[in-house]
Design a protein around this ligand. Structure first.
Ligand SMILES: NC(=O)C1=CN([C@@H]2O[C@H](COP(=O)(O)OP(=O)(O)OC[C@H]3O[C@@H](n4cnc5c(N)ncnc54)[C@H](OP(=O)(O)O)[C@@H]3O)[C@@H](O)[C@H]2O)C=CC1
Ligand SMILES: CC(=O)N[C@@H](CCC(=O)OP(=O)(O)O)C(=O)O
Length: 311
């Protein structure tokens, strides 16, 4: 039995992790009552007692949680925040890219951000295999369900006068930029245009490409074939075949999903492609990813407890 403490268990990501772990006999959940959940002494005790601590906290509180763990403690950590995604000594928790073994053995695992999960799933293997250039100025357009912004954004979108759509990130310094560049091995930061739609969960992350302007003019079919081969062994990722798709939708009331879908569209003359990932920001973008990493770290079947039905 593995003792698990979710620090931030009352938040959006924490609650969804607890839901996924409910009924799993391999885990004992350590819980703090409401009056103690932000009490540093109580958190310190739970953090040090746990075999695995899952941090579902704002970045500063996540850093504090790591400091509350004694240097001699055996507690291993999965951090859902963006505090440690490019930090030394942390394993980036995207097993499909970094390798299942590395996650299995790691003591400190940083969950990827939801947008970077989609971007990296599309671009990192293609750069790694030399099909896309590492020094290209990549652009990422994305739309997320409003649960992506946690309790504060949920309240904003569920209150009278809520927006139907919100584009943001105009400061062009989004906190996801460093991990996208670092884990795709890019020469330049990506140009990132995120937005939020008035639906609770789900996201579409798109990378439009001027293939015709690239020195090697790669073909969309080669990119798709390469991604299919790369993720052949994954039960979480699906690379869709070439069949025409007129629209990609995010549903209202979509059920939680820990799956991730990839699409590659190309035009007839081979000059343009659109690489698209569709995922649940709270699934493979957060809680599903944490449970997948937890399974690997505990030597359990990678997809136990995950919800992998496609929309
Ligand atoms: N939502 C998403 O789609 C994704 C979220 N993440 C990341 O996961 C982390 C959690 O996000 P999310 O669940 O959305 O956020 P929420 O705002 O929904 O939840 C955060 C929780 O942390 C609690 N908290 C804040 N400070 C402390 C503290 N010092 N000690 C203990 N608890 C504290 C909050 O308490 P209170 O309830 O009182 O506010 C809240 O319950 C964030 O770093 C986020 O960036 C990552 C990927 C996707
Ligand atoms: C819709 C929305 O506000 N999304 C959040 C990112 C959600 C997420 O991925 O959290 P991490 O930053 O921990 O990765 C944002 O843009 O800041």
């Amino acid at each position: 039995m593995h003792k698990v403490f979710i620090d931030g268990a009352a938040g959006t990501t924490g609650l969804e992790i607890a839901e996924r772990l409910a009924g799993r006999s391999e885990f004992e959940l350590l819980a703090l009552d409401d009056a103690k959940r932000k009490d540093s002494a109580a958190r310190r005790e739970a953090l040090n007692e746990a075999d695995i601590a899952i941090l579902c906290l704002p970045d500063d509180a996540a850093r504090e949680a790591v400091e509350l763990i004694d240097s001699t403690s055996a507690t291993r950590v999965i951090d859902a925040s963006s505090a440690h995604r490019t930090a030394e000594g942390w394993c980036y928790g995207l097993p499909e890219l970094v390798g299942r073994e590395r996650v299995s053995e790691a003591r400190r695992v940083s969950n990827p951000g939801c947008y970077p999960t989609g971007f990296l799933a599309l671009v990192a293997p293609l750069v790694r295999e030399g099909l896309l250039p590492a020094d290209w100025p990549y652009t990422v357009n994305a739309v997320s369900g409003y649960s992506g912004g946690g309790k504060a954004l949920i309240e904003r979108f569920e209150t009278a006068g809520a927006p139907a759509f919100m584009a943001y990130g105009y400061g062009m310094a989004h906190k996801h930029l460093p991990e996208m560049k670092a884990h795709a091995g890019l020469a330049h930061p990506v140009l990132f245009a995120p937005s939020v739609a008035s639906t609770y969960r789900g996201m579409i992350v798109e990378v439009p490409l001027h293939l015709g302007a690239m020195a090697d003019n790669p073909h969309a079919d080669s990119l798709r074939d390469s991604l299919s081969r790369f993720y052949e062994s994954s039960a979480v990722f699906t690379v869709h075949d070439k069949a025409p798709v007129a629209e990609l939708l995010l549903g209202n009331d979509a059920p939680a999903s820990d799956a991730l879908e990839l699409f590659v569209f190309g035009n007839d003359d081979g000059s343009h492609a659109r690489l698209v990932a569709r995922l649940d920001n709270l699934g493979k973008g957060a809680s599903g990813a944490a449970v997948q990493n937890l399974n690997l770290m505990c030597g359990l079947p990678e997809t136990a407890g995950l919800r992998l039905t496609l929309a």
